[in-house]
Design a protein around this ligand. Structure first.
Ligand code: COA
Length: 159
């Protein structure tokens, strides 16, 4: 039983844990160590608190198991808890995220995936996102932008 809804302040603690753990799973092996040391649990809590109105969450059996965060036409963050990966939660959350972006008038959405995050890349490609270029992305940290090599993906969201 899965439900997707907008995030609430009370979700922040659990979402920060999903983000923190998922960030490590997807990035630790592929980004500079200096970026990893900036990615503390507290930093994710702060970023969630600042943008909670831009977040959709997936709940399964009463537990939060994933979230999507938007920034203008960018699918800015996309995370599913380890225990819910490979279960279809990610696909449902992505369908919802695309519908949310389309409802805001976004024609072509984009996202940045760290070069080497192969599981995420495979997932995006399965969902019809196309890799358009490799580009240096200025990743947000409390110490300012941190450059990361990324694959830019795009998807047309309809008429
Ligand atoms: C990215 C993420 C949301 C995808 O959700 P998911 O439930 O894992 O997605 P799925 O299982 O449906 O699809 C992943 C695909 O990658 C494949 N895969 C698994 N490990 C892989 C690897 N190391 N290299 C390449 N492909 C891999 C899976 O087999 C599956 O493909 P298949 O359906 O053809 O077998 C989830 O893995 C996640 O939250 N990861 C950690 C956080 C992250 O990296 N977020 C994205 C930031 S850009």
């Amino acid at each position: 039983m899965m439900k997707i809804r907008s995030a609430r302040e009370a979700d922040i603690g659990r979402l920060a844990a999903i983000w923190h753990d998922g960030w490590r799973d997807g990035h630790l092996a592929v980004v500079p160590a200096a970026l990893a040391s900036a990615r503390t649990l507290a930093s994710f809590r702060e970023r969630l608190a600042a943008a909670i109105d831009q977040v959709r969450v997936a709940r399964s059996h009463g537990e939060l198991v994933g979230f999507a965060m938007f920034k203008d036409d960018e699918l800015y963050q996309f995370y599913v808890a380890a225990e819910a990966r490979g279960s279809g939660v990610a696909a449902a959350l992505m369908d919802d995220a695309e519908a949310q972006l389309a409802a805001r008038g976004v024609k072509t959405a984009w996202l940045a995936c760290a070069v080497g995050n192969d599981r995420a890349a495979r997932f995006y490609e399965k969902r019809g996102w196309r890799r358009v270029e490799t580009v240096t992305y200025q990743s947000e940290t409390s110490a300012g932008p941190f450059p990361v090599e990324t694959w830019r993906y795009e998807k047309d969201l309809g008429p």
